[in-house]
Each structure stands twice: as structure tokens, then as C-alpha cells.
Design a protein around this ligand. Structure first.
Ligand code: PXP
Length: 237
């Protein structure tokens, strides 16, 4: 069965909307694990807009499944990883003014910079994945620079409405999953996946794990709202 790692950045985003201490991503991680989630994913961004160093530090100690840290391949992040030791990292491109990760890392153009980063992390016993667009050359280059796995970007598949184009994007993901697996890479996927579009992707046999954030947290806010209102009313009675 395909594994599900839940990205809990949005919990930290709600916390930061008031710069307070709740909701706490640590509590969210516990609930994800109790519900059967197979891993916790967080993105420690250079600007620390949601997840903070404290969150990473404590999550690395308390998460029982697996911590996947998304990060830019910078010296600062490598030093943090060597200290905190998450189970795995996913290298992503990062732009200061982006709302979310906008596309895969271009491994072909950046292989010279990425290779030593991957070497350092793997020597420290940390598995390294790279977030890549579904392009065969990116799979081959990820293998060349000795990544353990690739996370195939499903963003374009997810945002496309036209049925024919959805099919085209799906086939790119499926073909790249097969190529990556044949190369000996582990295959993950994610970005933009929802309750409506997940099934086609989770049915691709080569894909071991999905990273899903926004749509799960968005649904949690709605399905949890009724109970939250009832609890407040009960206290006011
Ligand atoms: N994978 C990567 C590399 C991401 O950057 C993100 C978003 O943080 C996700 C998966 C999850 O995407 P979404 O929040 O759209 O489910």
C-alpha cells in the first residue's frame, strides 16, 4: 500500500498568523501518527515563515514514524541537518517570494552543486530525496549524483482541469516513476494532491509514498469546525 507522509507546515502557518504557541505542529504530528500517517514532512525555509528551528528539533525527538525535512541545498541547512538528524531530507528549490514550492529542482543544471551536499548528508546516514519534475533526464541525473530517491512533482497534474491534459501529465509521472525505479531509485510523489485526484497517482505501483499537505489541512479545518464550535458553546453555557 502506498504510504502517506503528511506535510504539517500549514499548522505552523496558522500559529504564526498570531505569533503565538498554538496550534503546535508537535500536537499535529501526534494526531497524524495516531491516525495512521506514515510520516511527517516539514519545510524549514530560509525565512522561517512557518516551521521554526524549535519545531524541527522537537519533532526529530518525538516523531515515531519518520521525519522528512524539505530544504534548500544551502550550507546553513546542511549544518542544521547534521545536528538534528531527521530521517530523510528532500532537496527543493526555494524562492523567497514564492507562496509554495513552484516546481522541481533542476538537477541537470545544478548537479555540480548538489552532489557534494548529497555526499555529506548520505555519509552522515541521512537519506536524500530530490523533488523533481516528471522529466526522464531529471531521474537519470538524480541517480548520477547518488540521491536515494526522487519525489516526482505532481503539481502540474493536479492543477490541470482539461481531461486530456490530465492524462498527459499523469502519463509523464507514471513513465518517470518507472524510469526512476529501473534506475534503482525509490520513488515518491507529491504537490497539489487532493481527495479528488489522489487515486490515479496512488495506483502507480512504483510510487511508494505520497507527500500531501494543503488539502489535508484544509479539510481538517472544515471537518473539525463543527466540533470546535460546539465545544466553545458548551463552555459558554
Ligand atoms: N512536496 C513538496 C516538495 C512540497 O514542497 C510540498 C509543499 O510543501 C508538498 C509536497 C505538499 O504539497 P501540498 O501542500 O500541495 O499537498
Amino acid at each position: 500500500m502506498t504510504k502517506l507522509a503528511v506535510n504539517i507546515d500549514h499548522i505552523a502557518t496558522i500559529r504564526e498568523a498570531r505569533q503565538t504557541n498554538e496550534p503546535d505542529p508537535l500536537d499535529a504530528a501526534t494526531l497524524v501518527e495516531l491516525a495512521g500517517g506514515d510520516g511527517i514532512t516539514i519545510h524549514l525555509r530560509g525565512d522561517r515563515r512557518h516551521i521554526k528551528d524549535r519545531d524541527l528539533h522537537l519533532l526529530c525527538q518525538m516523531v515515531k514514524t519518520k521525519i522528512n525535512l524539505e530544504m534548500a541545498a544551502t550550507d546553513e541547512m546542511v549544518q542544521i541537518v547534521l545536528k538534528e538528524r531527521p530521517d530523510m531530507v528532500t532537496l527543493v528549490p526555494e524562492r523567497a517570494d514564492e507562496v509554495t514550492t513552484e516546481g522541481g529542482l533542476d538537477v541537470v543544471s545544478h548537479s555540480l552543486d548538489l552532489k557534494p551536499v548529497i555526499e555529506t548528508l548520505r555519509q552522515a546516514g541521512i537519506r536524500v530525496s530530490i523533488f523533481v519534475d516528471p522529466i526522464p533526464e531529471q531521474m537519470r541525473e538524480a541517480k548520477k549524483i547518488e540521491a536515494d530517491s526522487v519525489e516526482i512533482n505532481t503539481g502540474k497534474y493536479a492543477e490541470t482541469k482539461d481531461e486530456e491534459k490530465v492524462r498527459v501529465e499523469y502519463e509523464k509521472i507514471r513513465d518517470c516513476a518507472q524510469i526512476a525505479r529501473r534506475l534503482g531509485l525509490r520513488v515518491l510523489a507529491g504537490h497539489g494532491l487532493t481527495y479528488r485526484n489522489v487515486k490515479l497517482i496512488s495506483d502507480i505501483p512504483e510510487i511508494e509514498e505520497l507527500n500531501i499537505g494543503h488539502n489535508i489541512i484544509a479539510r481538517a479545518a472544515l471537518v473539525g469546525l463543527e466540533q470546535a464550535v460546539r465545544e466553545m458553546k458548551a463552555l459558554m453555557r
